[in-house]
Ligand binder design. Sequence first.
Ligand code: SF4
Length: 75
Amino acid sequence: MVIITHQRDKCIGCNYCVELAYQRWRMSKKDGKATLLGAENKKGFHTVRVDDAEFDDNERAAKACPVNIIQVKMI
Ligand code: SF4
């Protein structure tokens, strides 16, 4: 199991996460920020649990994020 967390308020809308892990990320047309699909928002931290198969792409997205607001943890 993998936990992905996104501090959405700090997103600058660069699109890297969408390019690297399209199965889990989309850009919002409303506010130009990335949305972590399936995530639950708890006080600004958007979190979702996903299968291990999604680890690599999301880990790449986390490393590419210029403001370092994506966390990917294998549990
Ligand atoms: S890579 Fe980071 S800053 Fe860029 S859109 Fe994704 S979450 Fe936002």
